[in-house]
Design a protein around this ligand. Structure first.
Ligand SMILES: [Zn+2]
Length: 236
């Protein structure tokens, strides 16, 4: 913790504290997340969603504050709604013995209007269960582990949308969680972080003043495959 005259605290604390000892980072900027419909997940899955989102963003220099619909918003704001059922129910695995065509469906989306990225996003549990379900079922027979993996997948989609919101961008990174799409295995893996460039940008973004939000007329979809995103859905 560096000590500064009170007058200088109004300036860039991060820059002024750049002589902190190695391994000691300035206090991260704050992001308030209002997670709507979290009750559509089990308690175990909900706990994993919160812990994974917070841990991934903390690594990127963003301190997450969970909003419960009351009280003040601290720092930037992201409103994320879980849609569909987030319960650990997966369709039976159907062996096709070869090529398996899959339907192109967005796993999540962030709303955009007039080219401006808003602070509202959707995370689509039904599509996530459909996309990652097979990988989850194959990975473990443990019910609690399946709930954990589903929580990770939901959290990764949520964090990806937070990336769009905080950086106010429709663009994607070349690697890590800011990529336009992930494989099912990447979504449920133990760790999936941002690339270093995106972590720096996210850390800087929470130091900026929050922006007002407007009407929702468009969207930015998070792909369920390896191709790039489009306005409402993607092709795998
Ligand atoms: Zn995206």
């Amino acid at each position: 913790m560096c000590r500064l005259p009170a007058l200088l605290l109004a300036l860039s604390t991060a820059a002024l504290c750049s002589d902190l000892p190695a391994g000691v980072h300035p206090k991260p900027g704050r992001l308030t997340i209002f997670l709507e419909k979290i009750e559509s997940a089990t308690a175990a899955t909900a706990a994993v969603i919160r812990s994974e989102v917070a841990a991934t963003l903390e690594t990127a220099g963003v301190d997450v504050h969970w909003h419960d619909g009351r009280g003040e918003v601290q720092g930037r704001l992201a409103v994320i709604r879980l849609t569909g059922s987030c319960m650990p129910v997966f369709a039976p695995i159907v062996s096709v013995g070869g090529f398996s065509p899959r339907t192109a469906e967005a796993l999540g989306l962030t709303h955009v209007t007039d080219g401006k990225v808003l602070s509202f996003a959707e995370v689509r549990c039904d599509q996530i269960r459909k996309y990652a379900g097979e990988a989850i079922v194959r990975a473990t027979h443990s019910e609690i582990e399946r709930q954990t993996m589903l929580g990770r997948a939901i959290a990764r989609v949520a964090v990806h949308e937070v990336y769009h919101i905080l950086l106010a961008t429709t663009k994607h990174g070349k690697s890590g969680i800011a990529k336009a799409s992930q494989t099912p295995e990447q979504l449920i893996a133990a760790r999936l972080n941002f690339a270093a460039d995106e972590e720096q940008a996210l850390s800087a973004s929470v130091a900026l003043p929050s922006e007002s939000v407007g009407a929702t007329v468009g969207s930015l979809a998070y792909a369920s495959g390896e191709d790039s995103e489009s306005a409402t859905s993607v092709r795998r």
